[in-house]
Design a protein around this ligand. Sequence first.
Ligand code: BYC
Length: 483
Amino acid sequence: MNVNVMNVDYSTKIPNNVNLSEDRQVLKALEGWHPGYIDWWHDMGPEGFQQSLVYLRTAYSVDPRGWAKFDYVKMPDYRWGILLAPQEENRVVPFGEHFGEPAWQEVPGEYRAMLRRLIVIQGDTEPASVEQQRHLGKTAPSLYDMRNLFQVNVEEGRHLWAMVYLLQKYFGRDGREEADELLRRRSGDADSPRMLGAFNEKTPDWLSFFMFTYFTDRDGKMQLHSLAQSGFDPLSRTCRFMLTEEAHHMFVGETGVGRVVQRTCEAMREAGIDDPNEVARVRALGVIDLPTIQKKLNLHYSLSLDLFGSEVSTNAANAFNAGIKGRYHETQIEDDHRLQNSTYPVLKLVNGEIKRVDEPALTALNMRLRDDYTQDCAKGMLRWNKVISTAGIDYRLTLPNTAFHRAIGEFKDVHATPEGVLIDDAAWQKRKSDWLPSIADGDYVASLMQPVMDVGEFASWIAPPKVGIDNRPGDFEYVKIET
Ligand code: BYC
């Protein structure tokens, strides 16, 4: 491990551990990009609270034993920095046609376009999520939750910086142009939308935010893991450090949904309601009924599955062959890491039925990553279901079938129930509001979104967390709101 890259240089305008002060050209490009970023943050970052002091963590090192410090910061003063995990000595390309060759420190010419595309797609998602979440501060269910939202937002901003650094350092003029485009596209904009579907959807309320951080940030985790395997070493190192921050985002999602479920179960028990499908009675308690939570889950999981691309993809095969994008935990997998002769079972439509069919493993890489993702999703759900069963309520949250509500890949042209039964358009239209949030469900959840900004207080529909951030007590003032 190279000790020099552990600590971050705060003397330049852009904190970094990549020796920017001696890399004048890149420093200049980044400093040139900085004002546009700050404008974007003011226009499209969190609405309001920009002058509030927020108890945020800022990365000061990339040492896994202690990399962040917590302090009150005004969001626009957050030090967005460029941090790469330490360079591993003698690292080799861990998969594909170049397996075993030294990892690249510069962009290999033949893979330039492919690499740039992947970096741009990754970069595009980061500001998109900030845009999607920008109005949520105003309806935060507590100061604790508001702080977590803003933490996620500033770190997604930092992840944008991470990708922009790669573009500006390694891709010259077209990299700089792409960096500018990242600030120009807007989530949900009719003329200039973000690149991937889920990042143009609305995040209308806090339950959606928690589902997004659980399901969509977890796609981020899987994609970052795959890129962290890259033979292009600077990308690998960047993604490795981003994963450190990403863990908190998924924690916010998992505990957020868990706390909503817990509050609903507590309220049902107190009111003596056993049947979770008595939606009107449960809603009268000011909590979110379990069937609506399931519908939100169906929506966010299916939108997130689309982010893996088509089940069978030559793009994915090419990126793997090139040594640019690997598999989840590539180096821990025991095989030849070339996949020239192996197969992988892929879900496909065969004579109107959903079946697993063996495909060449190389073209099936998106499917494989998506399978790894589904397994990862299922883990946290066990905890949510434990809360429900402990409360003695007969209900289980489940992941819908992969064919349900898809816009990308094998199932995009069919309709399927959450159980995976194919149905026709008429049946889908009739039943879809049983499976996805209806306007009425959205209105009800929206009606609960009343801000709670008193220290240590929480909205009626969500339980307090078990522990505070940075071990702070329950009555800690996570955001000092300016008056
Ligand atoms: N929407 O071979 P195909 C995160 C396009 S999230 C729109 O099926 P491929 C985060 C595709 O571009 C992680 N278009 O797929 C989370 C291609 O178009 P072109 C973000 C789509 O290329 C929360 C065509 O369809 N990172 O970090 O194998 C908060 C055929 O493509 C979509 C990455 O995604 C879609 N959903 O895989 C903040 C990693 N899917 O080129 C942040 C980088 C496919 O023919 N990206 N298309 O015009 C990739 O690895 C791959 O590009 C994808 C697609 C997985 C996205």
